[in-house]
Ligand binder design. Structure first.
Ligand code: PGA
Length: 241
């Protein structure tokens, strides 16, 4: 199966910087054999859509609301991003869960709507440091997966991104052993739900110098990259491992 290399730009880049990035990145991306997916901030999605027209590079939003439309001031609509040409939507990133209070049940509603609109949900899961240190990692991941996927349509595509919260933006990457062990646990949970073909991406301080070793670990189907995806050459290096 093709590896997936996804870029989460968070609240970085203007529309102009988005266009400049893709001018440089499109040349560099020839070296990758994986599927490339970008998650710019909502206000830059149109710039991404225009820049990527006619290319195989995919894109989506970092978050959308669980309803297509209505009186939801300040939210973004999956129906609108679908209309703009998005293929993906990132759902339940740990920053959404911890800063904006997203619950497993809201996350589940978002997964359902994404699939209904033929967007591919990239569902993020991950444990905090306290949860890992108290031996609860697998239990937390299982709860997040079971709750997030209760109403899933198994005939439609889904991607899971495992991102240990303590490794996001901290420079503390999970060790290859931790990645192999945890991805295997996530795979077993997905298998018990008859979802064993779901790609499982690793995220959390992925950089060009650790990507080679991490991609070789069991059940690693690609990466979700934050900081190191902001520079064209660094993300291209990660996507070419
Ligand atoms: P990071 O972010 O690569 O900067 O750790 C990953 C993410 O938040 O998806």
């Amino acid at each position: 199966m093709k590896k997936i290399f996804a870029a989460n730009w968070k609240l970085f880049k203007t529309p102009e910087q988005t266009r400049e990035f893709f001018v440089k990145f499109k040349d560099l991306s020839a070296a990758t054999t994986g599927e490339l997916v970008f998650f710019p901030s909502a206000i830059c999605l149109e710039a991404a859509s225009t820049s990527l027209q006619g290319s195989d590079i995919r894109w989506g939003a970092q978050n959308c609301f669980a309803q297509e439309s209505g009186a939801f001031t300040g939210e973004n609509s999956m129906a609108v991003i679908k209309g703009l040409g998005a293929q993906y939507v990132l759902i339940g990133h740990s920053e959404r869960r911890s800063i904006f209070g997203e619950t497993n049940s809201l996350v589940s509603e978002k997964v359902v709507l994404a699939q209904k609109l033929d967007l591919i949900p990239m569902l993020c899961i991950g444990e905090t440091l306290a949860e890992r240190e108290s031996g609860k990692t697998n239990e937390v991941l299982k709860n997040q997966l079971l709750a997030g996927l209760t109403k899933i349509d198994k005939s439609k595509k889904l991607v899971v991104a495992y991102e240990p919260v303590w490794a996001i933006g901290t420079g503390k990457v999970a060790s290859p052993e931790q990645v192999a062990e945890t991805h295997t646990a996530v795979f077993e949970i997905l298998k018990s739900l008859n979802l064993e073909t779901t790609p499982i991406l690793y995220g959390g301080s992925v950089k060009p110098d650790n990507a080679k070793e991490l991609i070789r670990q069991s059940h690693v189907g690609g990466f979700l990259v934050g900081g190191a995806s902001l520079e064209p050459s660094s993300f291209a290096a990660i996507a070419s491992v």
